[in-house]
Write a protein that binds this ligand. Structure first.
Ligand code: FAD
Length: 395
């Protein structure tokens, strides 16, 4: 047993990494054991059972760099990502390139040993405290739309990068606008190949749809240690950004308590909608289990990611409907007004649920993916296909 309450979080995670137990499903060369994916959760549970802090919140950059390489980037970035020393954000969406991500216009030009980046990104979660960004930018305007894009690692803390927080309608502030003005990236900080970044971007999106945010530090049941104090602080900082995410998912866990509180047992419509929600919740859990099993069997991300994401969205909407039905007009009361059900949580649910069907690709885009990739339906016609993007963009 290597856990020592006197170790700092960094030292403890360093030990986990060196022993290959940071992410057990990753290859031995990269801090893992090469075990099946389902063992990650088992190991994190066992660590927590021994009273030891587990794992790190490593997000989407980890699996993308692990899959796409090159080794120099795996060497440089995976370790500080897993110790929590470097925090990442995703710089994909732009004001005119969200669903149509490949229509992005942020541009990177090679200048000696550095890339120089100009453009704007939008809706970038956690960019305000990130050290590094997963950035997709156009590097070849003469190639067709999907072929002139490169996936970079952007150092966020530099004069050429300006991060402006946005305020949401639920009063939280998780997103930012990121402006890049002659921002600099070392020449080799390219994930995959120059001009071939679309494949790496698809890998990130597939992981996002399949698993949501990856990696979680487990603290339940642990009662002492310097690492624990630091991990609690880290979790509190993360929670500031993600505190409304349970509300975004509709809080189905509150539906039965809410029905009891509203004394709705005799209301046939409320009962019917509640039963529908509970059925959806169960189906959504099974879908997530199927996706997890596919991952454990080593299958690449497939359509179950899109199915699972749609299931979550439908469940969130149904939960919001149930809460609205039970609360009536008082569901709109925010804060801890005595008439406000669950201390304003229901009001937050009602205005946060729409985000569920947008983040990580909208419902319509998931349906397009399923139609084209799983059902083999014809693709949307594209009259600009094969044209240099410089020309296609103006059609
Ligand atoms: C909670 C949250 C977190 C996010 N975090 C990040 C982040 O960290 N980094 C990042 O880069 N981005 C992030 N985003 C942005 C997100 O990826 C985009 O909002 C999303 O891809 C949609 O793009 P858009 O907002 O430009 O909408 P648009 O693409 O403009 O879509 C508008 C509407 O048109 C529909 N539509 C568009 N194209 C089609 C089509 N071909 N067929 C059918 N319907 C279509 C859409 O479904 C939608 O209803 C986040 C968003 C949310 C809500």
């Amino acid at each position: 047993m290597n856990w020592d309450p006197q170790l700092s979080l960094r030292e403890w995670r360093g030990r986990l990494l060196d022993a290959g137990w940071a992410v057990p499903s990753w290859p031995r060369r990269w801090f893992g054991q090469g075990l099946p994916a389902w063992t990650d959760d088992v190991v994190y549970d066992e660590l927590a059972r021994c009273g030891a802090v587990s794992s790190v919140p490593f997000g989407l950059a980890g699996p993308t760099i692990l899959e796409q390489g090159p080794d120099a980037l795996r060497e440089r970035f995976l370790r500080p990502m897993l110790t929590g020393d470097e925090v990442w954000c995703q710089l994909f969406s732009e004001p005119t390139a969200g669903s149509d991500l490949a229509g992005l216009t942020t541009t990177a030009v090679l200048d000696g040993d550095e890339w120089v980046v100009n453009g704007q990104k939008l809706w970038n979660t956690s960019a305000h405290h990130a050290d590094l960004g997963m950035l997709v930018a156009r590097t070849n305007w003469d190639a067709p739309k999907h072929q002139g894009i490169t996936y970079f690692v952007l150092p966020m803390r530099q004069p050429g990068v300006e991060v402006r927080p946005l305020r949401q309608m639920n009063y939280h502030s998780s997103f930012n606008e990121v402006f890049m003005t002659d921002a600099r990236i070392p020449r080799d900080w390219v994930v995959g190949e120059v001009d071939q970044g679309w494949a790496a971007a698809l890998a990130t999106l597939a992981h996002e749809r399949r698993f949501g945010t990856i990696g979680r530090t487990r603290l339940e049941g642990i009662d002492e240690g310097l690492a624990l104090d630091e991990a609690r602080h880290e979790a509190a900082e993360t929670a500031k950004v993600y505190s409304w995410y349970p509300q975004r998912a509709g809080r189905p866990d509150l539906a039965v308590p809410h029905a009891r509180q509203a004394d709705a047992a005799a209301d046939p419509i409320a009962r019917q909608e509640l039963a529908r929600l509970l059925a959806m919740q169960r189906v959504s859990e099974w879908t997530a289990e199927r996706a997890k099993t596919a991952r454990a069997l080593g299958r690449p991300p497939g359509p179950e990611g899109s199915i699972g994401k749609l299931a979550l969205t439908r469940m969130a909407r149904q939960a919001a409907k149930v809460h609205g039905l039970l609360a009536g007009a008082s569901g709109l009361l925010a804060g801890d007004d005595p008439a406000s059900p669950f201390g304003g949580v229901i009001a937050e649910v009602l205005i946060s649920v729409p985000a569920q069907s947008i983040a990580g690709g909208t419902d319509e885009i998931q349906r397009n993916i399923l139609g084209e990739k799983a059902l083999g339906l014809p693709r949307e016609p594209d009259v600009t296909k094969g044209l240099p993007y410089r020309e296609a963009r103006n059609r």
